[in-house]
Design a protein around this ligand. Structure first.
Ligand code: ADP
Ligand code: MG
Length: 698
């Protein structure tokens, strides 16, 4: 076998192989190093050792003894279980496993075993039911049991984020030998000066202790160091980007044609809100500079960011430059394309849509046509294809930023010579988060909603009221005067920002159920990411034209879609969503003067029911995002994923102290090193790795 290093792929590891490698990929574990950084989210405390005679029901303990007998038992009812008797010098205990006949091969009478778990009654006898166990290989003469040699029993035992057919037990058995092999030669990339100043463990110790701590204090110290790492690297990356950007003085300073702009704004079908005007002033103030703009425009769904982008693009056109607008999905790109066409074509601009369906590589004629003739390109990441060359790019606009990585942002910018950059997001970003992730960006915020909007009435609907809710929806839709339409968003099967096959399957089933059993009298449509772009367009258009009453959709589909007549938003399995995400979904309705409604279907047993209730009273994205941060326990697995930015394993955006500390440490280091990491090659390498990983695949 090849020598084991940090970058050894998991499939080449001892006792892993291709089948498990595939399963591990679901947890995003590709290499030995990834496994070392797959941290437990809690520990089972099996530190208490007991003699068998002293065992009491309900106690959680570890017992060490010898296997006396092993029996596979089949009950009359057809159930299978395994009965093992284990003895120490004080007595015997019954150990029951369910449906694990294969244990017969390993748990042989005569062997010494360590068992851990809760002691329970089974068939009126004190027993261990499905306990953790491990065979003891130390020679019997060595009576002294050393719990640091245990991994499943007799200590704090790590419990990991799992996935189907990859258990914590399996992970422990693989991670423990990796630690033994890799830690001794592991080099710490965090400069010693910072370790000393912040009183942090070194990397070896931290990794050892996060997986197999001797006590809770060790686990805590390990977490502190590893959480520091996560935020520190992020800070470094963002500070370096900011520095790099500040060095650039050669952007295109645009000449603003105020008169023409005002004319355009006056011709809009509505009056801009004060916030929209203010944000435009900030943007135009940036565009005239020779330092490229680097601005994040944040505003709740429906606040009207698109028109701001259109004005900025028009200003760029008036100054003689091109703009591009990149959106995360085809439907959104298409919607923006329509909006821009309606607004700007009357003023003589040429706008072109670029999606994978219309990519320049497939469009041969286009190659010969000079792209200079186009004033605004709107599209998906198909805009990034190298075929698209832009002669005079002045402004890059990115919609729903968190769907794109820094890398893609950079790629688009490189299509021009230091163009101005405007990033738009509806994801409410608490200040601390903005400071960490977007330290390199200036922030503009739209807080105000356009006039005439009514608050979306929101109800959390428990299972027993579901039928009534469906009837109510039918009544609303059949009310022809109002012409109401509804979205029904399917449950989130796997927490992720990309749509999984399971999500699509669930949506298809829900669609079938709804259209056949619940609403056979209404016209339903189904929208999911695997549809061809033509099909998607048709469905959205039919919905817009009211040929469809209810649009059933997958959870992550089409964040920014704008259908003014849709007044009902139903979210299935709402307890699986973060509040901020629910708020985004709710923002799909309530876009006209009509009263709109949001129904959140959730099981009442779930403790997150109380959390959901907040949606009924709170209508501010930012507040809800902050609530989300608070409600999430430190161990919660997918908490930050729902935030849509980045997946922290240990750190948290609500830890403002650590955010500040890592910010100072990163800043101090960069200033000392003159923003050059060539003296710190290990750190440099590490930084490259994490920043590349942070980019989401499309
Ligand atoms: P978002 O900020 O979520 O991207 P949009 O730009 O899609 O929101 O705008 C939502 C809707 O509000 C659109 O139909 C748009 O035409 C409308 N809108 C935008 N600004 C105003 C305004 N000042 N007054 C009235 N309606 C507006
Ligand atoms: Mg939008």
């Amino acid at each position: 076998m090849k020598t084991l290093t940090l970058s050894t792929p998991v499939k080449d590891l001892f006792m892993v192989g291709p089948v498990y490698a595939k399963r591990l990929a679901r947890l995003n574990l590709q290499t030995a190093e990834d496994l070392l950084h797959h941290y437990p989210f809690r520990y089972e405390d099996y530190r208490l050792f007991s003699k068998i005679r002293q065992l009491q029901a309900k106690e959680v303990v570890t017992v060490v003894g010898q296997i006396i007998s092993f029996e596979n038992i089949y009950t009359k009812g057809g159930k299978k279980f395994q009965k093992i008797i284990v003895a120490d010098e004080t007595g015997e205990i019954q150990v029951i496993f369910f449906n694990q006949p294969f244990l017969k091969k390993t748990l042989k009478p005569g062997l010494r075993i360590s068992l851990a778990g809760r002691v329970e009654f089974f068939n009126a006898r004190l027993s261990f039911l499905n306990p953790e166990y491990e065979l003891i290989k130390e020679p019997k003469a060595k009576l002294n049991i050393r719990s640091e040699n245990f991994i499943h029993t007799g200590r704090l035992v790590p419990i990991y984020p799992e996935t189907a057919q990859v258990s914590s037990r399996w992970l422990r058995s693989r991670i423990a030998p990796l630690l033994n092999h890799l830690l001794p030669s592991l080099k710490d990339w965090l400069p010693a000066s910072i370790q000393v100043k912040e009183q942090l463990l070194n990397l070896q110790t931290a990794l050892k202790q996060i997986h197999f701590p001797a006590n809770p204090a060790e686990a805590k110290a390990a977490k502190t160091r590893l959480a520091f790492d996560e935020l520190f690297l992020l800070q470094l990356a963002s500070l370096r980007r900011r520095h790099h950007w500040q060095q650039q003085k050669n952007g295109p300073p645009l000449k603003i044609n105020k008169l023409a702009l005002l004319k355009f704004i006056q011709k809009l079908p509505f009056v801009l809100t004060d916030d929209q005007k203010q944000v435009l002033r900030e943007i135009l103030g940036d565009l005239i500079k020779n330092q490229p703009m680097n601005r994040l425009l944040q505003g709740d769904v429906g606040c009207g960011k698109t028109v701001v982008a259109a004005v900025a693009a028009y200003a760029t056109y008036l100054a003689g430059y091109q703009s591009v607008l990149m959106a995360p999905t085809e439907i959104l790109a298409n919607q923006h394309y329509q909006t821009f066409k309606t607004l700007l074509e009357p003023f003589g601009l040429k706008i072109k849509l670029i999606t994978s369906g219309t990519s320049p590589s497939k469009d041969k004629k286009l190659k010969n046509k000079p792209e200079k003739a186009v004033d605004i390109f709107i599209g998906t990441h198909a805009l990034l294809y190298p075929h698209l060359e832009l002669k005079k790019l002045g402004l890059v606009i990115i919609d729903e930023q968190h769907r794109f990585g820094v890398e893609q942002r950079a790629k688009l910018i490189k299509k021009g010579k230091n163009p101005h950059l405007l990033i738009m997001t509806a994801t409410p970003i608490p200040r601390t988060v903005a400071l960490t992730l977007y330290g390199d960006l200036n922030l503009s915020i739209i807080k105000q909603m356009p006039q005439g909007r009514r608050q979306v009435k929101t109800w959390v609907v428990p299972p027993q009221k579901r039928a009534a809710a469906y009837n109510w929806i039918r009544k609303q839709i059949k009310n022809l005067e109002e012409g109401n339409q509804a979205f029904i968003v399917c449950p989130l099967i796997e927490p992720s920002t990309v749509e999984s096959l399971k999500d699509i399957k669930a949506a298809k089933e829900e669609f079938k159920n709804l259209s056949q059993k619940i609403f056979p009298d209404l016209r339903l449509g189904l929208l999911h990411g695997r549809l061809k772009s033509r099909e998607k367009e048709t469905i959205i258009n039919d919905f817009r034209l009211k040929k469809i009453d209810i649009l059933v959709a997958t959870p992550v589909v089409e964040v920014g879609i704008d259908i003014p007549d849709a007044t009902i938003m139903v979210v299935e399995g709402a307890d699986r969503f973060g509040l901020a995400t629910l708020h985004q979904l709710r923002g799909r309705v309530g876009r006209s003067h009509k009263q709109s409604y949001c129904l959140l279907f959730a099981s009442q047993k779930d403790k997150s029911y109380q959390r959901l209730k907040l949606m009924e009273t709170c209508h501010q994205g930012m507040k809800l995002a902050e609530m989300d941060l608070k409600w999430r326990g430190p161990g919660e697995l997918y908490g930050t994923a729902q935030h849509g930015f980045i997946k922290f394993k240990l750190a948290s955006f609500s830890d403002s102290q650590l955010i500040e500390k890592t910010h100072q440490a990163a800043l101090g280091l960069l200033e000392k090193e003159n923003y050059n990491l060539k003296n710190l090659p290990l750190l440099h390498q590490k930084l490259e790795k994490v920043t590349i990983k942070a980019v989401e695949p499309n």
